[in-house]
Design a protein around this ligand. Structure first.
Ligand code: SF4
Ligand code: SF4
Length: 239
């Protein structure tokens, strides 16, 4: 699987139908509810990266914590200089840790964003993103047309997409800082590590509120933007 979150430098013609899509477009991705197939839940290496919303959804859906997920379901890797969690593949068949014995996703209702998109990817440009359809990834024949937003099945999609953009471009800014620091002095390794530890804790380890307070609606985005505001202040100090 290609890293599904990419900048425009790749040649889309090689991996897609050459078109870019938005939420209201129709896409030829329908695969009969994946009957009998779980190919894209195997051998994905560390490519299914989890963002803060994915962790919130897993914590909420499984009544668990980031630390508990780290025990067997997810792992950490460095992606473009930033430590981020990804789904863990395990066993001789390299299965996702959430794939059950029947070959179905045990967290289907609240599966991560990359799983929801597959075989779509996102391509970012000028502060925005569009979707593209990877044509070599899902072998299901005779795919049917489906509305993209129905394919994703994400409530309040506008809010979600705004969040996805914010998170992506925030990470881009951090990557830029890390790149600059990396070419600097000897102590830069320590500085980068400190920044990484801060971000890991701020967006992942620190538990999200996943049970609504009496009379209050549970809101991931409010929690995320509060953390982001704090992080932007801290990150500025590393420039
Ligand atoms: S490869 Fe295609 S048909 Fe198979 S599980 Fe993934 S999306 Fe479904
Ligand atoms: S979370 Fe579910 S859909 Fe995603 S790779 Fe794992 S088993 Fe497959």
């Amino acid at each position: 699987m290609y890293n599904q979150s990419m900048e425009r430098e790749i040649d889309l013609k090689q991996i897609s139908d050459g078109k870019l899509y938005s939420a209201n477009d129709m896409i030829k991705a329908g695969c009969g509810d994946c009957a009998g197939c779980s190919l894209c839940c195997h051998e994905m290496g560390n490519s299914i990266i989890l963002d803060p919303c994915d962790i919130f959804n897993l914590e909420k859906g499984l009544h668990t914590t980031f630390e508990k997920l780290m025990e067997s379901r997810i792992e950490l890797n460095v992606v473009d200089g930033i430590i981020q969690p990804n789904l863990k593949m395990q066993g001789s068949r390299e299965c996702c840790a959430f794939l059950n014995e029947e070959g179905r996703c045990a967290v289907h209702e609240f599966r991560p964003g990359f799983c929801r998109m597959f075989p779509l990817g996102r391509i970012y440009e000028d502060g925005d993103f569009r979707y593209f359809l990877q044509i070599h990834e899902c072998p299901y024949p005779n795919k049917t047309k489906v509305k993209l937003k129905k394919w994703l099945g994400i409530p309040e999609l506008g809010k979600y997409e705004a969040y996805v953009k914010k998170w992506h471009y925030f990470l881009k800014d951090v990557q830029e800082i890390i790149r600059e620091k990396g070419t600097d002095r000897d102590e830069s390794g320590e500085v980068i590590k400190k920044l990484n530890m801060y971000l890991l804790n701020q967006f992942y380890v620190k538990p999200y509120e996943t049970v609504p307070d009496k009379g209050k609606e549970l809101d991931f985005y409010g929690q995320f933007y509060e953390r982001l505001g704090q992080a932007e202040t801290i990150v500025k100090m590393y420039r």
